[in-house]
Design a protein around this ligand. Structure first.
Ligand code: BJW
Ligand code: ZN
Length: 289
């Protein structure tokens, strides 16, 4: 059966669901000017994912990888949350959610590393300070499963110090190299000693993001949330990268429902119960209204 596109029917489902999870991807931040990975204009069309987003790529050439992540940090620092982030942040406030989905829990599991969802949560909480008085749910509001662009992680196994660092540029040797990234002419020879170093032990540091073949963060917590969920809202992801790509199936296998919000058709969306094609910064606002 084709997925329903009836927004009123979806709003009724929201109202009657008890454990709601949203699984988000790069499309959530597209309207903020953050490039996606796949599809037209996607970063993996222009840059080599194996060179730039694997542990082997980093050990082969940390200079290339740091330039790529320095560029990504600079783009994210200049960006601001959009209406899709805000719609999810508002929905994550119990006082607001109660009017749309009474007595429910909600967690946003995002694959994005750009920090825009936590920034949006903070901004919305400042607008609705009374929401903080509401009884808090046990589950976290937000999980950044692929790490954070602004975490800097020590590569020394015995140290593993991690630091949240929004310095721009992160170090002098990377200053201005964002132009090289845009031209796709990265410099493979920046001296390793002048790349970001651990503030505790001085070893080479790496971006605190989850690369291919690495285990995403908070897997136990996420697995539990997915097992409990009776509604999975899939937002702006191509649903090609596991384990996130498998969450909708698990919820459906457990008898729950799946609603996909994407600009265009995505992997496996024919099996969804609801499909809302269009920019999520518009469709999500409509869904939660
Ligand atoms: C809009 C929009 C708008 C645009 N509105 N929509 C073979 C088969 C199956 C699995 C594997 C396999 N070989 C290897 C694997 C595992 C591998 C994997 O899945 N590979 C696939 C490519 C096949 N996965 C891993 O290695 C993961 N780890 C793992 O599996 O560990 C084992 C383990 C797991 C669990 C327990 C125990 C052990 C790690 C994956 C790490 C992915 N890392 C990256 C980089 C992160 C850092 C960084 O940002 O640089 O994560 S890659 C990249 O892809 C990034 C993203 O988070 C991720 C997903 O991409 P996303 O978000 O879906 O973006 P796009 O561009 O693909 O899609 C955007 C969508 O938005 C499109 O659909 C647009 O239409 C839409 N859109 N504008 C709404 N306005
Ligand atoms: Zn260290």
């Amino acid at each position: 059966m084709e997925p329903s596109t009836d927004m009123n029917e979806f709003r009724y489902l929201l109202r009657t669901s008890k454990n709601i999870v949203a699984v988000a991807g790069a499309g959530l931040s597209a309207a903020s000017g953050i490039p996606t990975f796949r599809g037209s204009g996607g970063m993996w069309r222009k840059y080599n994912a194996v060179e730039l987003a694997t542990p082997e790529g980093f050990s082969d050439n940390p200079s290339l990888v740091w330039q790529f992540y320095h560029y990504r940090r600079e783009v994210a620092l200049k960006a601001a949350p959009n209406n899709a982030h805000r719609a999810l942040s508002l929905f994550s406030l119990p006082s607001i959610r109660n009017q749309i989905a009474p007595s429910s829990t909600f967690t946003l599991v995002t694959q994005n590393v750009d920090g825009l969802s936590p920034r949006s949560d903070k901004e919305i909480s400042e607008i609705y300070p009374e929401a903080l008085d509401q009884p808090q749910q046990v589950q976290p509001r937000l999980i950044e499963m692929h790490g954070r662009l602004f975490d800097v992680l020590c590569t020394d196994e015995n140290c593993r110090h991690i630091e949240f660092n929004t310095k721009s540029p992160i170090c002098e040797s990377l200053a201005g190299t964002e132009i090289l990234v845009e031209k796709n002419t990265l410099d493979p020879d920046i001296d390793i000693q002048s790349l970001p170093r651990c503030s505790q032990c001085g070893s080479l540091a790496r971006p605190g993001v989850v690369w291919f073949d690495e285990v995403p963060h908070h897997m136990d917590v996420i697995d539990n949330i997915i097992e409990q969920a009776d509604l999975c809202i899939v937002v702006g992801t191509s649903s090609t990268v596991y384990p996130a790509a498998g969450y909708a199936d698990i919820v459906q296998d457990n008898g729950g429902n799946v609603a996909v919000f994407n600009l265009e058709r995505s992997q496996n969306d024919e099996n969804a119960d609801f499909l809302f094609l269009g920019p999520c910064e518009e469709t999500l606002l409509d869904a939660f209204s």
